[in-house]
Ligand binder design. Structure first.
Ligand code: PBG
Length: 329
């Protein structure tokens, strides 16, 4: 660069001076159509109930789920990520009917106006809260037995009408196994979104209340299957591997503490990237706002902007249902 373009006296504030020129000079934008709204539907719940830390997010009954989704669609939020929480917890031979029934009900009611992604994991299904099948000694999660279950679950959800299945368990080989199960089961058009760069984070707290999925066994955390926050190369290898195994969409999760990962991986791998603004990061903003210390809406929009800037084409956020209103006040 020669010295005649950028010079010491450059007046950068001219481009910041009013709304019009700020709007015209923006490099990235967030649109409500990039957002995906998570939902929790819980078996055996008498009444919908709040999720601690996440205002406007509820643990839904099958009936209230349909009403909430209808409301969200009226507000322009027509893409969702469903978490089914069965009443009965098991160690093996899981039954996926409850979640499948909710998918089918959503699909029947809203047809293709609604885009349904479904989380594929076992942590809401197991008595111990881990994302897979535990060994007899309860000291580790058994990889291949877990993958078999996950592939079975994914096919059931796809056949029930989900457009996308999203494995969040972090077992090795699950993307290939799920893709094969989908293709063999007549669901070759079903999308596969892999939580490929999912870190062993402390920011999942409110979610684990909502999904009834906190680990509660001798193996007390998910460090032996989720990625260590200090190992970006593991996130790269995991994402390359999942792309290779046939994932259509890759994901970084959580968002804000991992923007560096999102930026570098989205530059490296040409698939579309999702980012999950997880429950704890969303709740942190709400907690600051509740103390009157920051404005919630503007802070949420600022975070979403950072995700798009870092390379995300889609954002999973608990605020998706508010986006139209927040972005077009
Ligand atoms: C389950 C799963 C988790 C989240 C999505 N799928 C939590 C976990 O790994 O314990 C977290 C989402 C959130 O915090 O909003 N495997």
């Amino acid at each position: 660069m020669s010295d005649n373009t950028y010079h010491a006296g450059l007046t950068l504030r001219r481009l910041r001076q009013d709304r019009h020129i700020r709007e015209l000079s923006r490099e990235v934008r967030v649109s409500p159509d990039q957002l995906i709204q998570p939902h929790f539907v819980v078996e055996g719940l008498g009444e919908r109930a709040p999720v601690p830390g996440l205002p406007d997010v509820l643990r839904e009954t099958p009936d209230s789920l349909l009403r909430q989704v209808e409301k969200d669609m009226e507000a322009g939020a027509d893409k969702l990520l469903l978490f089914g929480v069965p009443g009965e917890k098991r160690e093996a031979d899981f039954v996926y009917d409850f979640t499948a029934t909710q998918i089918a009900a959503l699909h029947k009611r809203f047809g293709n106006d609604l885009w349904i992604a479904v989380d594929v994991c076992l942590c809401s299904y197991t008595a111990h809260g881990h994302c897979g099948v535990l060994s007899r000694e309860q000291d580790h999660v058994v990889n291949d037995a877990s993958v078999d279950e996950l592939a079975r679950a994914a096919l059931v959800y796809a056949q029930a009408g989900a457009q996308c299945v999203a494995p969040s368990d972090m077992m090795d080989g699950r993307v290939a196994a799920i893709r094969e199960a989908l293709d063999d089961g007549g669901c070759e058009r079903t999308l596969l979104m892999s939580y490929s760069a999912k870190f062993n984070s402390r920011f999942y707290g409110p979610f684990r209340e909502a999904a009834d999925s906190a680990p509660r066994s001798a193996l007390k955390d998910r460090a032996s299957y989720q990625i260590d926050p200090a190992r970006p190369k593991d996130a790269l290898m995991s994402s390359l591997r999942d792309a290779d195994e046939g994932a259509d969409i890759l994901m970084v999760k959580p968002g804000m503490p991992y923007l560096d990962i999102l930026k570098s991986l989205s530059g490296e791998i040409a698939l579309p990237w999702a980012v999950y603004e997880v429950s704890g990061e969303y709740a942190a903003i709400e907690a600051l706002a509740a103390q009157g210390l920051i404005p919630a809406r503007a802070a949420h929009l600022e975070c979403w902007t950072s995700f798009v800037r870092a390379g995300a084409s889609m954002i999973i956020t608990y605020g998706a249902r508010h986006a139209h209103q927040w972005l077009n006040p």
